[in-house]
Design a protein around this ligand. Structure first.
Ligand code: TYD
Ligand code: MG
Length: 445
């Protein structure tokens, strides 16, 4: 289609004075044909696949093992990483820490800030204890001057914070517009490839402008990662959604502290409130998957009779509330336990957001445990989805989840009856086909 809105990316065969999608005036531009002149090219780039040297894909460890794991082993020279996230989530903080760590091990690092003055960057650097002499800072918004600085410094790693604040003179539009985002990211990606310079591009996601944000340049980069987490809690998760050099859907877990982001090397330990103490009524432990990584989480339930004629309360933090309502209905119907007259509060310890079925059986265990005021037996984990008939349903990558529970010292795990494997270690595997069976195994009946 020949016209595209430079603000929101809306495409149309017809030109409009005002974009029908986002309402911006005079933003539709004609998409020109590619202007590459190919007639003189004689094909020097041709190579047999056997001649390609994989050493070219040499990775540079960043010094942050969690981040390296996310990238698939480190930064790739010439590779471009898009680092997205909402404002204030901690992108600049993590990238400054990365810059410091990288400059110690792979030469010069250039950190370009289009948002902050050198003084502001220095203030944050002091707070983080960043003081590498190989880390250079440039406060600049004109891409031409950024390129000139790169020519002069010849850094091994470039960080641009953020692509929304840098403007190319080769394209029209204001900094941050779709036209500019594409031009800036494209030019920087080319520069990265031609110099073998690893490049990290920060992209802000704003609630209103999500469509015009970093997502629209994902196709121009090799790796795209996004930082998420609630601002109230100190937990931060960086997730890879695209990776030409490794697996996607990997996650790295961090905690925001007074002096920067700290890696959480053992997320299972972090998300379990209390591993050693006596079990408490209303808590159940379930192995979930974050990306491809199994993590043990603690589900906490508080169930108490609704006073007087009040409307029963249902709250779920970190869990899908509609899923919870459905599970409560299943408890009511299949276990003949009356939860409809009780207030139910559920949460996941540690502030994680869980969006999968593997916690279903654990939620039921935690609710019944709280209602009966009896704890789930010590060192017992629970995993399984639950269907409307109260049957326990299979979950993805069960073997890895069982292994994680075993590794964390759990002695027993309730799993869907369809599981046919063997214990990976010392852990006892207890297959259950229905929630009635599960409640009996948990000694809650
Ligand atoms: P920042 O990295 O500036 O976010 P972004 O670049 O994604 O917009 O992080 C901002 C928040 O992080 C701010 O609220 C202060 C907090 N913070 C800490 O808690 N500890 C620290 O060491 C630093 C540098 C920031
Ligand atoms: Mg920032």
């Amino acid at each position: 289609m020949p016209f595209v809105c430079s603000e929101c990316g809306y495409r149309s065969v017809k030109w409009y004075g005002r974009c029908p999608n986002c309402g911006a005036w005079d933003s539709l531009v004609e998409e020109g044909p590619a202007t590459e002149d190919d007639s003189s090219w004689i094909g020097e780039g041709l190579r047999a696949i056997t001649e390609i040297d994989l050493a070219e894909l040499k990775r540079v460890p960043t010094g942050l093992p969690e981040f390296d794991r996310l990238l698939g082993g480190g930064l790739v020279p010439g590779g471009v990483v898009l680092f997205g996230g909402e404002p204030g989530i901690g992108k600049s903080t993590l990238l400054l820490q990365l810059a410091d760590s990288l400059s110690g091990r792979c030469g010069k690092v250039l950190y370009v800030s289009g948002e902050e003055s050198e003084g502001q960057v220095k203030l944050r650097a002091d707070r983080l204890g960043v003081k590498s002499a190989d880390l250079f800072v440039l406060s600049e918004q004109a891409l031409a001057r950024v390129s000139a600085a790169i020519e002069r410094l010849e850094p091994s790693v470039l960080i641009v914070d953020s692509i929304q604040t840098v403007r190319s003179s080769r394209a029209e539009g204001a900094a941050g517009s779709l036209r500019q985002l594409r031009a800036v990211s494209g030019e920087l990606a080319q520069l990265a490839k031609s110099r073998g310079m690893a490049t990290l591009l920060v992209g802000h996601i704003t609630k209103e402008g999500a469509f015009a944000g970093p997502k629209t340049v994902e196709h121009l980069v090799d790796v795209a990662v996004y930082m998420e987490g609630s601002r109230a809690e100190d937990l931060r998760i960086v997730r890879s959604v695209k990776n030409r050099f490794g697996a996607t859907n990997e996650v790295a877990v961090f905690r925001m502290t007074e002096d920067g982001l700290r890696e959480v090397e053992n997320p299972s330990g972090f998300f379990l409130d209390d591993l050693k103490g006596e079990p408490r009524p209303g808590t159940a432990v379930a192995p979930i998957l974050e990306g491809t990584r199994p993590i043990l989480v603690e589900i906490q339930a508080l169930v108490s009779p609704t006073g007087g004629y009040g409307v029963p309360q249902r709250r779920a933090t970190g869990l899908d509330v509609n899923r919870v309502l459905l599970l409560l209905a299943v408890i009511d119907k299949r276990l003949s336990i009356n939860v409809s007259g009780a207030d139910v509060y559920l949460s996941i310890a540690g502030g994680l957001e869980v969006r999968e079925r593997g916690t279903d059986l654990g939620v039921i265990g935690a609710v019944v445990s709280s209602l009966r005021d009896r704890p789930i037996p010590k060192r017992t984990a629970i995993v399984g989805g639950v269907g409307l008939a109260g049957e326990v349903r299979p979950v993805k990558r069960l073997g890895e989840r069982i292994r994680e529970a075993d590794k964390m010292g759990y002695e027993r795990i309730l799993v869907p009856a369809s599981f046919k494997g063997r214990s990976p270690g010392k852990i006892d595997i207890v297959p259950v086909g229905s929630i009635e069976r599960a409640i009996a195994e948990l000694e809650l009946d």
